[in-house]
Structures are given as C-alpha cells and as structure tokens.
Design a protein around this ligand. Structure first.
Ligand code: SF4
Length: 91
C-alpha cells in the first residue's frame, strides 16, 4: 500500500500496481475503488485499525484503496500546500 497526498499521487501509485491510502481535502470525493477509512471522523470512527486491517496488505484479498479527509495538527499546512500547488498549476 502506498501513501498518496493528492489524486495525482494516487494515479501514479496505482499505475505502478499499489493500493493507496490517500489524504484528501474535504471537497475531494472518493475515487473509483476507494473507500473511506472506517476509523475516520467522516465514517463515524466505527472501527479501529486492529479490527479493520484494510491497510494490512493483500493477504486477505484486499484490493481496494482508502481515502481519508485530512485532519490533525498538520491539516492546515496540508491544505495550504494543496492550494499553492493548484495556483501554480493554474498560472
Ligand atoms: S487499517 Fe482500516 S482503520 Fe486503520 S487506517 Fe487503514 S483503513 Fe483506516
């Protein structure tokens, strides 16, 4: 499983054969074959990693990827960086 900080990262990682754990902005929707992390606030924190294990490789036939809305102490910095990247691309 590969970490992805943007939809572009996700596409590159998946093209290389990885499932992805993608951080997304609140405005970004989940992509095809991507599920919300059940430990996230947006999923109601209904599972923890010990009971979920979706990030635990492919041994149990896991094929999908995971998305989670950015959160925590570095969320503001992440959103600022994403906004700066979007402005750079648009310029
Ligand atoms: S194992 Fe499950 S709960 Fe833990 S980070 Fe991965 S998707 Fe979220």
């Amino acid at each position: 499983m590969a970490s992805a900080d943007s939809p572009e990262d996700m596409i590159l990682a998946q093209a290389a054969g990885y499932r992805t754990f993608r951080i997304r902005t609140p405005e970004e929707s989940l992509q095809a074959k991507e599920s919300v992390c059940p430990a996230s606030a947006e999923a109601g924190k209904k599972l923890n990693c010990a009971s979920c294990k979706a990030c635990g490789g492919t041994a149990k036939g896991r094929k999908g990827s995971i998305g989670i809305i950015v959160h925590g102490a570095k969320a503001k910095r992440y959103l600022n960086q994403r906004n700066e990247s979007a402005l750079t691309v648009a310029a």
